[in-house]
Design a protein around this ligand. Structure first.
Ligand code: ADP
Length: 270
């Protein structure tokens, strides 16, 4: 059973009669609860790095000027400040996506150079996870990209694809393999898929992964600079392009994240 909330009002209706007006306000109240939860989550996410930052400021204040450990604390403070910057920037992206009309059939976006950029950025991110001289710690495989153009927004598509590939790099231990590919599995869809050999995700988490701030492993997300907003942004972008985010995963067997777009979004190569 599901409860619904009704607003009930009596209105005079000529001749001494009264009209009973009822309105289903369930969705209005649900939206209000979601808005409140979101504000509470954002406050919490901002408060955490801010508390750490204030702690370091206090420690620095208690050290004599020129103390050896100053640089150490300043570096730790820089990490927290950059975490807050990333969070605020993801929040802005999300609110812009929610507040603006979908990009329509806008510009034709060539997929080959876009995918190459996502690949190159992910390789650089993978290199950051190793020691300075080791280079990338994952194998990244990019299947040849067809000469396709997709109608939409280049920067939105770039952020949706990057979020998936960067997540694969962040959650897959060193030595793992990440494969990205564009394919046309049937007459109606084109799909960008990112497959990793990471830890995989238990089935009960899958439906909630694209909720804002939902994380399976909070500390792993934080350690790798996550905001908990990446998949929420990705889902918004793909839906604005008429598509869907799909996830297949099993613990111990890695994950595959897919952006599936309607074939009607494909344009002839420019
Ligand atoms: P975050 O910034 O925490 O990575 P996301 O919205 O991008 O936020 O992802 C939500 C959660 O989904 C992550 O915290 C992580 O638990 C899980 N996740 C995302 N991608 C992967 C992946 N490739 N392998 C395992 N878990 C993943």
């Amino acid at each position: 059973t599901q409860s619904i909330k009704l607003s009930v009002q009596l209105h005079p209706y000529g001749d001494g009669q009264q009209l009973l007006l009822t309105r289903d306000i369930t969705s209005v109240l649900q939206a209000e609860v979601m808005r409140r939860d979101f504000v509470a989550n954002v406050s919490h996410e901002i408060r955490t790095p801010l508390t750490v930052l204030s702690g370091f400021v206090e420690t620095l204040q208690n050290l004599p000027l020129g103390h050896d450990e100053q640089q150490h604390y300043l570096a730790l403070m820089a990490v927290q400040a950059s975490r807050m910057q990333t969070l605020v920037s993801d929040l802005l992206i999300l609110s812009q996506l929610e507040g603006s009309p979908p990009p329509g059939k806008g510009e034709p976006v060539a997929l080959a150079p876009l995918t190459q950029q996502v690949h190159d950025d992910a390789l650089a991110l993978s290199a950051l996870q190793g020691s300075e001289s080791s280079g990338p710690v994952h194998t990244l495989v990019m299947a040849p990209v067809p000469e396709w153009c997709l109608a939409g927004s280049r920067h939105e598509l770039l952020s949706a694809m990057s979020n998936l590939v960067n997540n694969a790099v962040r959650y897959t231990p060193a030595g793992g393999t990440i494969r990205m590919a564009w394919s046309q599995p049937d007459d109606e869809h084109v799909v960008f898929s990112v497959q990793d050999t990471g830890p995989g995700i238990a089935a009960e988490h899958l439906p909630r992964l694209s909720e804002r701030f939902y994380r399976v492993d909070r500390s792993r997300s934080r350690e790798t600079g996550g905001t908990g907003l990446g998949l929420a942004i990705t889902k918004h972008v793909v839906q604005r392009h008429g598509g869907q985010l799909r996830i297949e995963s099993e613990p111990g067997r890695g994950s595959t994240f897919m952006l599936s777009f309607p074939v009607s979004r494909l344009l002839p190569a420019a």
